[in-house]
Design a protein around this ligand. Structure first.
Ligand code: 2P0
Length: 343
């Protein structure tokens, strides 16, 4: 085993993942719907995995991880280790030191970059061959790493590439066709994602529990799942054709359908606050004034606005003027993850 550092960037879904497939073993974490994302350039997680003589020790942003969070990391290290086969014996103890350059408490998806970085650093530290071939060939190594990352957190499967990434749900019970792949490089299109922070508080209901609640109680969940493949195919081709209006329309539709299924759960799952709605209205007003931006939001109250780079400054100024907005940040399309030796 050796000490390795990985940097992975977070991503925002243009077509959302929300819900898990009922078949195919729980630890596979297979999504009920495919998704399409844009990797971001600034928000990232840097994780070092190194050998440790004593028991496992994990830290996030300098604080020791304990309880369920630590168990989740240990379980993921075990998954990576088990790819070496049964004869590999027990996993060596690891020290994991992770730093999020993502505002975690603000409820922005950091599990995507977190589990992508952990997968890469652990694979490189525990099993040299897995990461060596990542940059070459047909991408099989990276697809394998992406499938491992997905088992830690669904959205993490998409953070194994920069640019724009599609994760298909697949049909096979063992998950072998649930595969992420890049559909356009970061140089394909000069887009920005404006991250509009609508509160400084943390989110209340985690994604995994929220998905379960929707599946079990929301009458709209079935419609959400049934209509999602069409959105995925349509958004992918609009992205490839650089059709911002077409992509933006599908992106908003996917977001509002996901939230509608959450609102119809019992009890209702409402991730938004009043400012979330005001920002979405302002995006509509801006469009009516000729400023082309489209809104989306995830399992939290913040709004993300997709626009061309040339429009970003004008849209940021408008969104900053909405009462209650805490901060607006314009992020570009992000790069591939990277792996390097650590000390
Ligand atoms: C997404 N989200 O596609 C969607 C949109 C939130 C709303 O992926 O249970 O933390 O660990 O697989 O990846 C957040 O869910 O969930 C998410 P698990 P994850 O980005």
């Amino acid at each position: 085993m050796r000490a390795m550092r990985a940097t992975a960037h977070t991503n925002i879904a243009l077509v959302k993942y929300w819900g898990k497939r009922p078949d195919g073993g729980r630890d596979l974490n297979l999504p009920a719907v495919g998704s399409l994302s844009m990797t971001l350039d600034e928000y990232r997680t840097v994780t070092v995995v190194r050998p440790r003589a004593a028991a496992d020790a994990f830290a996030l942003d300098g604080a020791t991880l304990t309880g369920a969070a630590a168990d989740r990391v240990a379980k993921h290290l075990d998954r990576v280790w088990r790819t070496r086969g049964a004869e590999a014996g027990p996993r060596p103890s690891c020290e994991v030191d992770s730093v999020n350059h993502v505002p975690t408490a603000a409820g922005l998806a950091s599990s995507a970059s977190g589990f992508a970085a952990l997968t890469l650093a652990a694979a490189a530290a525990l099993s040299e061959d897995m990461v060596e071939g990542m940059a070459e060939g047909d991408g099989a190594d990276r697809r394998l790493l992406s499938a491992l990352a997905r088992r830690g957190s669904g959205s993490a499967a998409r953070s194994l590439w920069g640019g724009f990434v599609r994760l298909d749900r697949g049909e096979e019970a063992d998950g072998r066709d649930c595969i992420a792949r890049p559909v356009a490089s970061r140089h394909h299109w000069d887009l920005k994602m404006l991250i509009v922070h609508t509160t400084t508080g943390a989110k209340t209901v985690g994604s995994t529990g929220g998905m379960e609640l929707c599946k079990n109680t929301s009458p709209y969940y079935g419609a959400w799942v049934a209509s999602s493949q069409r959105d995925l195919d349509s958004a992918t081709s609009r992205l490839q054709n650089r059709d911002l209006r077409g992509l933006g329309e599908v992106m908003e539709h996917s977001c509002f359908k996901m939230h509608a299924s959450m609102w119809a759960a019992r009890p209702p799952l409402i991730y938004w606050n009043g400012v979330t709605v005001e920002v979405m209205r302002e995006v509509q007003r801006a469009r009516a004034d000729g400023l082309q931006g489209w809104a989306t939001s995830d399992a939290g109250p913040h709004v993300k606005v997709l626009c061309e780079a040339a429009t970003a400054d004008a849209l940021v100024a408008r969104l900053e003027s909405v009462v209650g907005v805490v901060d607006v940040k314009a992020l570009g399309v992000g790069p591939d993850p990277k792996v390097e030796a650590a000390t």
